[in-house]
Design a protein around this ligand. Structure first.
Ligand SMILES: [Zn+2]
Length: 278
C-alpha cells in the first residue's frame, strides 16, 4: 500500500514513546505490557507520566490485569478531575475522527462543537456507568418476626448502548426478588439497573450484570431479571427492523428451580406490562 495512514504528529507524538535514560525512545504499544520496569517508572509517584491520561490509565489497568471492556466499570482507577481531563483528550480524538470522515468541523456551524459534545456525552451520559462508582444503596434490615417474605418486582426503564455499533438500546428491565435479610429503597433497583446499562453492553451481559449487582446490594439469592429492549443496530442499520424486540431472562435460586416462583414472576411481569405498556 502506498497511501499509508500517517499518524498526525500533534495527536500522536508522545503516545508511542517511553522515557528511558533521559530521552524519549519510540516504543511499540505491545512492548508497554511486557516491560514492567518502564511501566513502574511511568506510573510511580513523580515519575514520567504519559502525555495522555487515557494512555496512563490504560497501561496501568493492563499492568494490573484489570479488564476494561466496554461494559466494565473502571471507577476505581479514576480520581477527582480525571473525567474532565479525559473529556479533553477524547475531544481531540473525536476531532480527528470528524477530520477523517471529511466533515468540515471548522466551518460547518452544526459540526463546530460536535467533538466536545460527543466526548461529554460518552463520559457523562451514555457510558457514565463505566466511570461512576456504584450507586449508594443503603440497606434496611428485614429480619424481624413480621419480615416481608413475598416477591418484589420492580420495573426499571433502561437506556443503553450496544458495544458492537454504539447504537442506542432502549427498554425495560423487570427485577424480581424474594427479600433476604435486608431491603433497599425501591428507586435503588432502577439506579443500579441504569448504572449497569449506561455502558457499552450486550443485552445478555446486561441482564447478568443487573442480576449480579442486585444480588450484591440486597443479599437475595432468589432473583430474576427480565429485559425487553429495542436495538438501534437492528432498527437504524443492518436489517432495518423497526419493530424488533429482544427479550432476555436471568433466573437464580427459587426463580430458576421452583416452577411456582418462576410463574409468579412471569405473571407479575405481564401485570406490570398491562399497567404500563411500553
Ligand atoms: Zn449493535
Amino acid at each position: 500500500m502506498t497511501n499509508k495512514f500517517k499518524p498526525d504528529p500533534v495527536i500522536h507524538a508522545d503516545v508511542n514513546m517511553e522515557f528511558k535514560q533521559d530521552e524519549y525512545v519510540p516504543l511499540k504499544k505491545e512492548v508497554y505490557i511486557k516491560k514492567e520496569t518502564a511501566l513502574d517508572a511511568m506510573a510511580g509517584d513523580g515519575g514520567y507520566q504519559e502525555a495522555y491520561l487515557g494512555d496512563h490509565l490504560r497501561f496501568k489497568m493492563k499492568r494490573d490485569k484489570k479488564r476494561f471492556w466496554a461494559g466494565d466499570n473502571i471507577s476505581d482507577y479514576l480520581h477527582e478531575g480525571d473525567v474532565e481531563k479525559l473529556i479533553d483528550e477524547a475531544t481531540e480524538a473525536f476531532e480527528l475522527v470528524l477530520d477523517r470522515l471529511l466533515i468540515d468541523r471548522e466551518n460547518d456551524p452544526n459540526s463546530k462543537g460536535t467533538a466536545r459534545r460527543l466526548a461529554k456525552m460518552y463520559f457523562n451520559e451514555i457510558m457514565a456507568g463505566r466511570y461512576d462508582p456504584a450507586p449508594d444503596a443503603t440497606a434496611f434490615p428485614n429480619d424481624s418476626s413480621d419480615r416481608y417474605e413475598g416477591m418484589l418486582v420492580v420495573r426499571s426503564e433502561l437506556r443503553s448502548m450496544c458495544s458492537h455499533h454504539h447504537q442506542p438500546v432502549s427498554g425495560v428491565a423487570y427485577i424480581g426478588i424474594i427479600a433476604a435479610n435486608k431491603l433497599i429503597g425501591l428507586s435503588k433497583y432502577t439506579r443500579i439497573a441504569q448504572w449497569c446499562a449506561r455502558r457499552g453492553t450486550l443485552q445478555e451481559e446486561l441482564c447478568n450484570d443487573i442480576a449480579r449487582e442486585i444480588e450484591k446490594a440486597t443479599g437475595a439469592k432468589d432473583l430474576g431479571v427480565y429485559i425487553q429492549a429495542t436495538h438501534g443496530c437492528c432498527e437504524n442499520r443492518g436489517i432495518m427492523a423497526h419493530s424488533s424486540l429482544t427479550q432476555t431472562t436471568v433466573l437464580k435460586g427459587a426463580f430458576k428451580d421452583d416452577m411456582g416462583t418462576k410463574k409468579e414472576f412471569m405473571d407479575n411481569i405481564k401485570l406490570q406490562q398491562e399497567f404500563a405498556p411500553r
